[in-house]
Design a protein around this ligand. Structure first.
Ligand code: 4GX
Length: 254
């Protein structure tokens, strides 16, 4: 899969994309990532890429022409691509959106700065607007990195051979169970005995129960959407003597 990133700050991508799993995925040729500096497509002497907003107001707006020329240049090399603008006004980025984007062979990610891009950029060049969350970053670059990271995990070979992104918690709509490694006792806190028992069915049961507990406590919204077995429901009853949480959606659903 190929990612082209349109940005004013290409240096922001160098080290995050060299390390660890993404670095290896690039080395192996599983993903190709290129940064394109929008400023290189400004034709005037000072390579101006922003201007004051029509109608007044604070801040600067990214001009349409350099971005248009950058998109056209990318398109001249690779005609079919899916063009994404990272913005708090976009649709929320989720596990499902990340998986859907793996069907695209070539993604172009536009990173905005300042007060965003001229509206005509969105109208003429953007297929989809995506937000990584309800907060405001200083620019779209970190959002683009988040998107690349989450999408790449779904591509065959990017995670180790025996691991799949599908197995991760969100696919069953439950949070993950707690993990431990050595030492057994740290600062008086011991690893749950069952994990040392070698009893695999007991371990599975404990993990499922902890996943249910965690999800019920932290993300009851996810629990309401999860597909729960009869055994899961029994485990949940055990978790709550008090039934008030169960009433919120669970009962209605199952
Ligand atoms: N998820 N940002 C975009 C520029 C901007 C300003 C105003 C439109 C309107 C973000 C996010 C995000 C910061 C990227 C502002 N664009 N991107 N940038 N949250 O905060 O994706």
């Amino acid at each position: 899969m190929r990612f082209d990133i349109l940005t004013l700050f290409p240096e922001m991508f160098s080290s995050p994309l060299q390390e660890s799993i993404l670095g290896k995925a690039i080395e192996k040729g599983l993903i190709q990532i290129r940064t394109i500096n929008i400023r290189d497509f400004a034709l005037d002497k000072h390579q101006v890429v922003d201007d004051t907003p029509y109608g007044g107001g604070q801040g600067m707006v990214m001009k349409v022409e350099p971005i248009a020329r950058a998109f056209e240049w990318v398109k001249s090399q690779s005609p079919s691509s899916w063009r994404v603008y990272l913005t708090p006004q976009g649709k929320p980025f989720t596990h499902d959106v990340a998986r859907r984007l793996t069907s695209k062979q070539h993604l172009i990610l536009l990173c905005g700065r300042y007060e965003g891009v001229d509206e005509r950029v969105r109208e003429l060049f953007i297929d989809e607007e995506i937000s990584i969350g309800d907060y405001v970053l200083t620019g779209g670059e970190l959002a683009a990195l988040v998107l690349i990271d989450a999408v790449s995990r779904f591509l065959p070979g990017v995670l180790g051979s025996d691991r799949s992104a599908e197995e991760d918690s969100f696919i069953n709509s439950l949070l993950e169970y707690p993990q431990y490694t050595r030492p057994f006792n740290f600062s008086g806190k011991e690893v749950p005995e069952v994990l040392l028992s070698g009893n695999h069915s007991a371990i599975s049961l404990w993990r499922r129960k902890e996943a249910l507990r965690r999800t019920a406590m932290r993300r009851p919204d996810l629990l309401a959407k999860a597909s729960l077995s009869e055994e899961d429901k029994k485990l949940l009853e055990g978790i709550f003597q008090n039934e008030t949480l169960l009433e919120s959606g669970l009962r209605n659903k199952n």
